[in-house]
Design a protein around this ligand. Structure first.
Ligand SMILES: *Cc1c(COP(=O)(O)O)cnc(C)c1O
Length: 354
């Protein structure tokens, strides 16, 4: 398969680094590739960013057969552009596709196409510290058919958006609401898959959290409503009595690349993360006894997001002294220093683009 490149005739004006938000502005080009039963994946192309024309009967619109990924391109002080562990994203993308009955794609080919796309739109990678180019690979079901089955045709696309800091509050502790009223995913379901429907399923609880003054929802397991799972766009970590704990992957938790990065760094520092089930009761008891030192979320968008307060059943609990915790800061610094080329990359996590 040969990647073709059709360049845009005109270039859009670049937003100012200081005005960047998240996911609102897109670059000049995108990647597209199609799948059908006869040709497999074919016609891979980089072309101007443009609408996808589809019939109203297109399957993705009705039955949600859709998967996506999220990763970033960073610019170093010397102007080099690089990706962070992109192979992990493409591996996970194929795992997600498998669960959604989609055909697998060649991960090396996709990574190369992504690098060509970033290279072509390199002027869009912002350089102010904390900013990056967010990359969004997506695959959607394209059959014009109303009826429930796996589609026979697909579109794989990648769009890119320059982004500023993820949280409006900046690197400040966020407040999370632990709900035992709603669930995000259940055992045997789609929780471990990066698919659109999981996000749709989280909106209603998210709006309730916002109404009562909380930024995010912390989900419990969908069977017993007892064990902590994740935040829905981030995995979660607790520091209790100097032990770093994260919920073990249960099948209903997304296996985050950032989660894995935290685990690997902690192990290297001789302070390994314990992966196990942790119940909301244990968390509340740790808080009551003064042993709960930190809570933080991990995800590509925010990297590390310290949690300053959580609420469960009308009980409000503060974490630490309201400041960013020692471990949150240490992981955030270590990961972003590698991403922006401030420190060495001993594990080969960086994929140079240009
Ligand atoms: C993407 C995502 C995460 C974070 O994964 P990263 O690879 O670290 O960005 C966590 N939970 C859910 C549900 C997600 O979709």
């Amino acid at each position: 398969m040969e990647l073709t490149i059709h360049k845009a005739d005109t270039q859009k004006p670049l937003p100012d680094d200081s005005e960047l938000t998240f996911g609102t502005v897109f670059t000049d080009h995108m990647f597209n590739m199609d799948y059908d039963l006869k040709n497999g994946w074919h016609n891979p192309r980089i072309e101007p960013y443009q609408p996808i024309v589809m019939e109203p009967s297109t399957m993705v619109l009705h039955y949600g057969q859709s998967i996506f990924e999220g990763l970033k391109a960073f610019k170093t002080a010397s102007g080099d552009i690089r990706l962070f562990r992109p192979r992990e994203n493409f591996k996970r993308f194929n795992r997600s596709g498998h669960k959604l009955c989609m055909p697998p794609f060649d991960e090396d080919f996709a990574l190369n196409a992504l690098k060509e796309l970033v290279k072509l739109d390199r002027r869009w990678v912002p350089s102010t510290p904390g900013t990056s180019l967010y990359l969004r690979p997506t695959i959607i079901a394209m059959d014009p058919f109303v009826g429930v089955r796996a589609s026979h045709t697909y579109r794989f696309f990648i769009i890119m958006s320059p982004v500023g800091a993820y949280y409006k509050e900046g690197f400040n502790p966020v407040k999370i609401w632990v709900t035992d009223k709603y669930v995000r995913a259940v055992r045997g379901g789609m929780g471990e898959v990066k698919t659109a429907g999981n996000y749709a399923a989280s909106l209603y609880a998210g709006e309730e959290a916002h109404r009562i003054g909380y930024t995010q929802v912390l989900w419990l397991d969908g069977v017993e409503l007892k064990y902590i799972e994740e935040v829905g766009s981030m995995n979660i970590f607790f520091v209790i009595d100097d032990e770093i704990i994260t919920p073990s992957l249960s099948g209903s938790i997304l296996s985050g690349v950032t989660r894995d990065t935290v685990k690997q760094l902690a192990a290297r520092w001789g302070h390994p993360v314990t992966e196990r089930r942790i119940s909301i009761d244990e968390l509340i008891a740790a808080h009551a006894s003064g042993k709960l030192q930190e809570i933080f979320g991990s995800g590509t968008a925010a990297v590390i997001s310290p949690v300053g307060e959580f609420m469960f059943k009308d009980k409000v609990m503060k974490v630490g002294d309201g400041q960013v915790g020692k471990w949150s800061q240490k992981f955030f610094n270590a990961i972003t220093d590698i991403q922006y080329g401030i420190t060495e990359d001993p594990d080969g996590w960086i994929e140079p683009v240009c």
